[in-house]
Design a protein around this ligand. Structure first.
Ligand code: NAD
Length: 361
């Protein structure tokens, strides 16, 4: 395989650069910093699909009026233990923390809470929300969909019927150990990973995509077509749901919970017409103390150690638990910098030149 060309940049310099770009397109200082913080957080954890590769698309969404800078969530209805929240198509990096903090505050008081968020612009790496709740001592479970973003074929099908619909579960951490966090798309790969592959980055696994003829593929053009910039609206194929029938079942339920239950809407059907996409997220927050599980962090880590003690399968060096790869990437990339595909870096720099934002040396 050809060596992947990358440009490596320190996290702080990248945050500064990206923050300046978003200030130039109308975000206030707090919002610009938050967008930069969360995008770089995704890169630090190794999820380049949800990192600064999104900058050009986010700016395009502002210019199209699909994402509205400087919004706050509004509460549609609430009790002590629940809230329905409207994201007003504000940046997910502003709306996401507001919705999550509301759920945390309610669960801290009542022992549990449920927050149904709709119509937020892209809320990025859902692990950030699981980590935020876990840092506050809470277990959290998140079911997410993407309204108007048909990308994924159901098990047995070859046409798009779901979004990439992530599910995330976070467990409060034990001091000094990595946070236990499952955070995964219900498609074989997140769409951003196809974008990374199309930008000359890590290829997607063979068979992650399916063409309209039903042929399995790893070629990003199946999803994006040959027009630039990449838009899944130009492609004719689909990403496949992960885990055969089981992933398809979970993706379906994310549409129902993240889309219909929150009042946002599902990924389909196609004839909706608008190109505006938004995230819906149904989040459940649980305080372990309220359930007699105040020792959960320690016991979960003991169990993680037991899982890790399994003898490895052929060709595998080590058994990992969810959250471990992200924690390791964060340590390495914080120390050594973030490697970006050249296409990603060049795309951000072209936008920066247009906006007269200085490019870091
Ligand atoms: P992925 O395939 O890399 O899976 C990540 C999960 O698997 C993590 O929980 C990780 O800790 C765990 N994991 C990795 N290796 C492991 C191992 N060897 N043993 C045990 N666990 C292991 O991630 P993905 O499905 O490509 O998703 C990437 C990101 O995309 C996620 O952060 C997700 O939230 C995000 N996403 C967001 C949206 C959105 O609309 N906002 C949509 C889709 C995906």
């Amino acid at each position: 395989m050809a060596e992947l060309k990358t440009y490596t940049i320190a996290a702080e310099a990248l945050r500064e650069f990206v923050g300046t770009i978003f200030r130039k397109v109308g975000c206030n200082d707090t919002e610009a910093k938050a967008i930069a913080w969360f995008l770089v957080s995704a890169n630090l954890t190794g999820h380049d699909s949800h990192g600064v590769i999104r900058v050009t698309r986010y700016v395009a969404d502002v210019r199209l009026g699909h994402t509205v800078p400087n919004q706050s969530m509004t509460i549609v209805s609430e009790t002590e233990t629940h809230a329905v929240v409207e994201g007003n198509h504000g940046f997910g990096q502003t709306i996401g923390p507001q919705a999550v903090d509301l759920g945390i505050a309610k669960a801290k008081k009542a022992g549990l809470s449920v927050v149904a968020l709709r119509h937020s612009a892209h809320i990025g790496r859902i692990g950030d929300w699981g980590e935020r709740a876990a840092a506050a001592g809470l277990v959290s479970i998140h079911f997410v969909n993407v309204e108007n973003s048909l990308l994924v074929a159901p098990f047995g099908g070859r046409a798009r019927r779901f979004a990439t619909n992530p599910i995330c579960i976070g467990i409060p951490p034990l001091d000094g150990r990595p946070m236990l966090l499952a955070d995964l798309a219900t498609s074989i790969v997140a769409e951003g990973k196809v974008m990374v592959a199309a930008n000359g980055g890590k290829p997607v696994p063979e068979g992650a995509l399916i063409g309209p003829d039903g042929k399995l593929s790893a070629d990003p053009e199946v999803l994006y077509g040959d027009a630039r910039p990449f838009s899944a609206r130009n492609g004719i194929g689909a990403i496949r749901a992960f885990g055969e029938h089981k992933g398809s079942a979970l993706a379906f339920m994310c549409e129902i919970l993240g889309g219909l239950f929150t009042g946002g809407g599902t990924a389909g059907p196609e004839q909706k017409g608008s190109a505006r996409v938004s995230n819906g997220m149904l989040s459940i927050y649980l305080d372990p103390n309220h359930f007699g599980a105040s020792d959960l962090a320690r016991k979960a880590m003991e169990y993680a150690d037991y899982v890790k003690s399994s003898p490895t399968a052929a060709g595998i060096e080590e058994v990992l638990v969810p959250g471990e790869p992200e924690a390791r990437n964060r340590v390495t990339r914080t120390a050594q910098g973030i490697p970006l595909q050249l296409d990603t870096w060049n795309g951000i720099c072209a936008l920066a030149r247009e906006l007269q934002v200085p490019i870091p040396a």
